[in-house]
Design a protein around this ligand. Sequence first.
Ligand code: PLP
Length: 319
Amino acid sequence: MNSTNSGIHATSPVLVDRHHDDRRYPQGVAFMDGQYLPMSEAKISVLDWGFLHSDATYDTVHVWNGRFFRLEKHLDRFLRGTKRLRMEVPYCSDQIAAILANCVALSGLRAAYVEMICTRGSSPTFSRDPRQAQNRFVAFAVPYGAVASDEQLRRGLHVAISETVRIPPQSVDPQIKNYHWLDLVKGLFEAFDMGAETAVVLDTNGFVAEGPGFNIFLVKDGEIATPAFGVLPGITRQTVFDLSEELGLSAVARNIGREALGDADEVFITSTAGGIMPVTRIDDGLIADGTVGPVTRRLTDLYWAKHQDPAWSTAVVYR
Ligand code: PLP
């Protein structure tokens, strides 16, 4: 029979072995379905609602010099998020802490980016009812990575204010750490088009909100300020409030208009992935004289010093 009569032409399958070259994956160790695995083997079903609908919450904590930084705060935020999304994690906070520590210890990493995730999961019948999905918990530790490179940390980042507006909190609650990043990624592409290195998006009222993976602060006339609403309550953001208090600096959460960023004496962004990171250019304008400011430096130095302080950090026991 002539194969052209068959209607559909099946091309011979090309077998690409994506699974045996570990260099394609970051190093690290994951935990899923009750087991510890190399990162290259940690995979979820494409039928998981987390993948199909971004129906997931997560948290990221880092390990620096073999110590978790403010782990309890990340665990609390994660478990609060799962509750609000009506997900069930089969582990308590202490058990999750032990799983995360095991991922780090098994990976041997002294500086790690450690993530805990709960997805809606999938139902055995592919039901469209989220109540029938079996929620899935995954954790992993991979090498530490930052929003900014070393060079950007030295000279300060160039940030663009994007035209894309942040998804309203009434639709997706930004206080629950989530993977609804289409607005943030669109903003990031707009920023790249403008020659900038990352983006900040505004909220539906035109106030400054946050960026892809970070909160933003400005310093003006000695006052440190950050947006009050419509943002993730970042643990690094909270840490800036705590450090400011210790340094006797005034820090507030309030509405910030886009012009206020350009008029600021200093601007910085905050994230578990990088800590406190200076911004020296917004759109086409320099912030003050375009160099990293003294308040940003003081906060950054104290931030990293706290990583060795047992009141702020927890040692990982490496076997
Ligand atoms: N805002 C968003 C949207 C984020 O995704 C993140 C972290 O990933 C942050 C802010 C910063 O939060 P944290 O300081 O807890 O890392």
